[in-house]
Write a protein that binds this ligand. Structure first.
Ligand SMILES: [Zn+2]
Length: 275
């Protein structure tokens, strides 16, 4: 109840229309939030577009359930919502890291695997799901990221899908877009503290959050971050650093639970900087 009141307060403060340059490009870089025929009961939430962190994660993952990690766009190549090509390919004309997939998916896969490897090393019950099939047009297909994620979340587990955002001026930047379907998780609160936070209703609430899957934007695929990933001499270190940041946050979420709160600065943009 307290959370609902807080959300209402937050939405009054942040009830500005979503706008901004690059939104159309961004739409192209991510899966659309299709109104799906779903039996999911979304919590009753204000429908005003929010800004910054207009949510509080206070739900613990069910004990004994694993953390499920997904690679964004792993099932949506060669179709709308295949992910960003990144600055190197999209602007500088470099060859994609791997033929047949966007650079975003390439790095989402590498990062998701690095997060799971690091998580296991640190004793987390954590696993990675890859649909393997790179183009699945039916969002209700049981093999998609979101179908598998929804099933896991419905059993009380936590699910996070790794993403990199489009380069500027199209991207927004790092931050967690929290799962909404089964309540806001302490794990998202912890990731907000490390990466920043998007409003839960970003772009009218995306398909993943509607199905119980949180989306973690690591950062925009450009500049030092993209160079660090693309440079073979820096690649391992770059992936290791990102994986450690994610795993540290996940561990904090599990260890500190509901006592953990991300403190976020007010923002005139969409995502909030938090600490
Ligand atoms: Zn993405």
């Amino acid at each position: 109840m307290r959370r609902i009141a807080w959300l209402l307060g937050g939405c009054l403060l942040f009830a500005l229309p979503v706008s901004g340059a690059g939104l159309m490009e961004l739409l192209d870089s991510m899966k659309p939030a299709r109104p799906e025929r779903s039996t999911l009961q979304l919590p009753s939430l204000p429908l005003t577009p929010g800004r910054g962190k207009n949510w509080v994660g206070d739900r613990m993952p069910r004990e004994g359930t694993s953390i499920l990690v997904l690679a964004g766009h792993a099932d949506s190549q060669r179709m709308y919502g295949s992910g960003t090509p990144g600055w190197a390919v999209g602007v500088a004309g470099a060859a994609p890291m791997q033929a047949g997939m966007t650079d975003e998916l390439y790095w989402n896969l590498r990062t998701a695997r690095a997060v799971v490897a690091e998580g296991k090393k640190q004793g987390l019950n954590i696993s990675f799901y890859d649909p393997g099939v790179r183009t699945i047009r039916n969002v209700q297909d049981p093999r998609t990221n979101w179908s598998v994620g929804q099933q896991h979340a419905s059993e009380g587990g936590y699910v996070v899908e790794i993403h990199y955002d489009a380069y500027s001026p199209h991207g927004i930047g790092a931050g967690i877009i929290p799962a909404v379907a089964f309540g806001f998780s302490v794990m998202d609160e912890a990731l907000a503290k490390e990466f920043g936070a998007y409003p839960y209703d970003y772009r009218g609430m995306l398909g993943a959050p509607r199905r119980g899957v949180s989306m973690l934007e690591i950062g925009m695929l450009e500049g030092a971050l993209e160079r660090g990933l693309r440079d073979p001499r820096q690649r391992k270190l770059t992936l290791d650093r990102i994986a450690k940041r994610v795993v540290t946050a996940l561990r904090e979420g599990l260890e500190q639970g509901t006592s953990l709160r991300a403190i976020c600065a007010p923002t005139t943009g969409i995502a909030a900087y938090c600490r």
